[in-house]
Design a protein around this ligand. Structure first.
Ligand code: SF4
Ligand code: SF4
Length: 232
């Protein structure tokens, strides 16, 4: 018998640092086509999990360590979701892994999207709350967490949602070099165009900007308090 406690035990054993469960009534605002039921019509629970991201990469003069960590953690999250689904199916519970990153082009908005929004699922599952910079903030790891998700055909009691952590100080808005945060909804293509792509000098694909992540006072969380480096 799998209950919500066992679900979390399995995810922690597979390497997750945080996990939570969301009920379907928390997705009523999902855009058409991006609701969990649009992906998996038998979905009764959404299980969200996160793995911590190395804080040291924020302190590097080269963008390569941050870029490589991000490119390495992406398949790790997908593999974790896959292994969890297989484990659940051994207990006769159907589960579907959702890719961790944006995986399809949305012709309506002209941008890449995830099949279901990872950060909204994580917020609905009680992992944290979405800040003004459009990233999830968790009490334990701030925004230094990568997210994964599984859609599950079994209903589990949902976790409590967290109160908002962002205090709207505006530092992330001011820190963005291309004003991608000036509106309440992030200008995603403006951010992507500036932050992602080949370095013009070295022709190496890299992530050139994470200023909004760096500047947020809540970026590290309670479990990432490094002596003398409380804030990136
Ligand atoms: S990553 Fe950089 S460009 Fe994108 S929103 Fe944050 S500060 Fe702006
Ligand atoms: S920098 Fe300030 S406004 Fe931006 S996400 Fe953090 S707390 Fe919110």
């Amino acid at each position: 018998m799998i209950d919500q406690k066992k679900v979390k035990e399995i995810l922690f054993a597979l390497g997750a640092d945080l996990c939570g469960i969301a009920s379907m009534d928390r997705f009523t605002d999902a855009p058409k086509g991006y609701h969990p039921l649009d992906v998996f019509p038998f979905c009764k629970s959404v299980i969200s999990f996160g793995c911590r991201f190395p804080v040291g990469t924020l302190h590097c003069s080269s963008p390569i360590p941050y870029t490589r960590a991000r490119n390495s953690i992406t398949p790790k999250m997908d593999a974790l979701a896959l292994d969890f689904c297989i484990e659940m199916e051994k207990h006769q519970i159907l589960c579907v892994p959702v890719p961790t990153n944006e995986s399809q082009w949305d012709t309506n908005t002209g941008r890449w999207r995830g099949l279901v929004s990872q950060k909204h699922a994580a917020q609905a599952a009680g992992l944290g709350s979405i800040g003004r910079h459009s990233l999830l903030i968790t009490p334990e790891f701030g925004s230094m967490l990568w997210l994964g998700m599984v859609l599950c055909a079994q209903e589990f009691p949902p976790d409590e949602m967290k109160p908002p952590l962002c205090d709207h100080c505006g530092r992330c808005v001011d820190a963005c070099p291309v004003n991608a945060l000036e509106n309440l909804e992030i200008k995603q293509q403006t951010c992507y165009g500036f932050a992602f792509g080949d370095d013009p000098g070295t022709q190496t694909w890299r992530i050139a900007c994470h200023a909004c992540r760096d500047i947020c006072p809540y970026n590290l969380g309670s479990q990432n308090s490094f002596s003398g480096r409380g804030r990136a």
